[in-house]
Design a binder for this molecule. Sequence first.
Ligand code: AOF
Ligand code: ZN
Length: 369
Amino acid sequence: MFSALDDQFMARALRLADRGKYWARPNPHVGCVLVRDSTIVGEGFTRPAGGDHAEVVALRAAGDAARGSTAYVTLEPCAHTGRTPPCSQALIKAGVVRVVVALRDPNPKVDGGGLKDLVAAGVDVTEGLMADQVELQLAGFLARQRRGRPRLRIKLAMSLDGRTAMASGESQWITGADARRDVQRLRAESCAILTGTGTVLSDNCALTVRDAFFDDELLPRPERRALRVVADTHLRTPPDAAVLQGAQPSLLMHAQDAECPESLVGSNRLALPVIGGRLAPAEILSALAAMECNEILLESGPTLAGAMLQSGLADQLIIYMAPVLLGSRARPLLELPFDRMADALKLSLVDRREIGADQRFVFEPHNAG
Ligand code: AOF
Ligand code: ZN
């Protein structure tokens, strides 16, 4: 059904799509290549939310040359009028005769509707080319659309003996500069970075995304940078905490009955239900999905990370392991109060590599759902 040339052009669309990954959110970052007589006549990738979709950028670049062309698109062209008009109609109007799509858009406003429009207009439509790659590329967006919950990745830095901080809370730095730079990339890819009050109090972490990741020709608007979220049940975050400073937005999630100190009255806050004295893990994620967050990075201590994992809400564990021993008084990686072997949580290793002097492991918990 697909030729070697089809493979080549879809691979190019995938690479183009990747260029939008830091700034298309909450839109999925999509790539589109228009080809006529085996030659690329236009290409594009999703602009920041509210801006043009990939197809529209490619059509504009192609101009009249789009007539009679084939469009390679990583995600089904939209069929709805959202912040922008439907791409299916734009392709039809421009005279595109064949559309090759990697993956169907699970957004209920689209969900096959774009393909249907194209077929009804006599366009030759095929789907499924490199769908697996797009599943990985758009994992966060797809998770939010399909299950109403963002993708949650938990990042942890530990010693060889699985410890994350000294008993005093001292933890800077376990891993090296290269690993910490890699974490910056994870932050840049995320819609929200989540932590707990304990981490704010002990590390005074800023959770900022540094500028180095936005060196493409068009900078994302600063408000599109990851939202910094503190799960702060009792509103104990000090008003001068680094996480509340600067242009990058932040949000305190707290219990409905928490008393807001005068000093936090001006801060961005959200009340959530509590289970067992703590914010309900699933409610935290639903609230973030309601804010159109696709990708969440959790950078917290053992309690919040353990709760997310135990609730089956963690999609990935990204663990940086430094060649150092912190000893038996140091703090454990995760708070998981297990007693029996039957409680043990099984994980699959999906990636492992060296980052400077450290190792990075990516695991997927078997209880993720
Ligand atoms: C496309 N091409 O490049 C992207 C699409 O509010 P809007 O108008 O920007 O629409 C957002 C929705 O469109 C988004 O939730 C997703 O379903 C789809 N994204 N569609 O045809 C694109 N980024
Ligand atoms: Zn569209």
